[in-house]
Design a protein around this ligand. Structure first.
Ligand code: FES
Length: 156
């Protein structure tokens, strides 16, 4: 029985219906749900499993496996830092560590200030490594100071 009083469950149901309840489209369904709701709420997982006639473990496994899926609402500012080969060779790990430290948060979580820091694997901006994206805006040759300035501006 779906909890139709929960708008997140209703959204999941609408998206599943638009994909004809096809379990092969689970990843696309989850992406659409995240685009619409901002994250994949725990409460939607049983509903999706029921609607697609697959196990909860299967839905949970996909959500857990893919780093793209957010399990909690993001902050006002979402910073994605590339960690693929080119960016990694240009200091991406150090940059991530410094930004996380500066905002007193961990990868994939949201700081008190409302900053969510996530890792991604190639933004298609390899020639400008290390690359980042801040609320959908690309930032090439990212530095700790440059990212911090952009974050502060986006928070204000
Ligand atoms: S490797 Fe980082 S943008 Fe491609």
């Amino acid at each position: 029985m779906l909890d139709e009083t929960d708008p997140r469950v209703t959204a999941a149901a609408e998206i599943c219906a638009s994909h004809a309840y096809d379990p092969a489209e689970l990843i696309e369904i989850l992406h659409e749900l995240q685009d619409r709701e901002g994250y994949i709420a725990e409460e939607t997982l049983p509903a999706i499993a029921q609607l697609l006639n697959i196990s909860r473990a299967e839905v949970h496994g996909v959500v857990s496996f893919y780093h793209d899926f957010r399990r909690e609402p993001a902050g006002k500012v979402v910073v994605k830092i590339c960690r693929a080969e080119s960016c990694q060779s240009m200091g991406a790990s150090k940059l991530i560590a410094r930004i996380c430290e500066r905002y007193n948060t961990d990868l994939g979580t949201t700081s008190r200030a409302g900053v969510t820091i996530e890792q991604v694997f190639c933004l298609g901006l390899c020639a400008q490594s290390p690359a980042a994206m801040l609320n959908g805006r690309f930032i090439g040759h990212a530095t700790e100071e440059g990212l911090d300035t952009a974050i502060v501006e986006a928070l204000s």
